[in-house]
Design a protein around this ligand. Structure first.
Ligand code: THU
Length: 165
């Protein structure tokens, strides 16, 4: 019997601000900032915006939609990705920009998507068989660029026997 110690590492880029982003990345961050204005976040006062760039060039917005029955609400990332699944099923997702604005404090670090959103975004990446890059930005400060959802969710849940085909 053997016991191995495995190490998991993730590589990503950290830009000290938005000035070193490509024009396309900058544009997508701008779209995410517009998207968060549609958040319904009266309970957390924490607005999250996601802008998804499709291969067709279309940009799809998502924002967190909270509910008085708290668990019924949904995060910005899943609102955006599920909209793509519902309305643009033949398109592929190239990138997503995710941003945040709190009414209570200044967010100066990139927002790391929650675990449930990582799992949901991962399924899109697996299905389309091409990586989705993530651009994460707070209200100001660092911008994190991550090349794939997979790299954000090592040891993700996958069960081939659940697949029907
Ligand atoms: N939220 C998101 O929209 N995305 C995340 O990745 C983390 C959290 C939302 C959910 C809730 O409306 C608010 O942020 C505070 O948790």
């Amino acid at each position: 019997m053997t016991v191995l110690t495995e190490t998991i590492s993730t590589t990503y880029q950290l830009h000290s601000d938005t000035t070193t982003l490509t024009p396309a990345q900058l544009l997508l961050v701008g779209e995410a900032k517009k998207a968060l204005e549609n958040a319904h976040a009266p309970y957390s006062q924490f607005k999250v915006g996601a802008a998804v760039l499709l291969t067709s060039g279309k940009i799809i917005w998502g924002s967190n939609q909270e509910n008085m029955a708290y668990p019924s609400g949904l995060c910005a990332e899943r609102v955006a990705f599920f909209t793509v699944g519902a309305q643009h099923p033949e398109d592929k997702i190239m990138a997503v920009a995710i941003t945040v604005k709190s009414n209570l404090f200044s967010v100066e670090q990139p927002l790391a998507p929650c675990g449930a959103c990582r799992q949901a975004m991962l399924e899109f990446e697996l299905k389309q068989e091409t990586p989705i890059s993530l651009i994460l930005h707070g209200e100001k400060g660092n911008v994190a660029i991550i090349d794939s959802v997979k790299s954000l969710l090592p040891l993700y849940f996958i069960e081939e026997r659940l697949k029907k085909d």
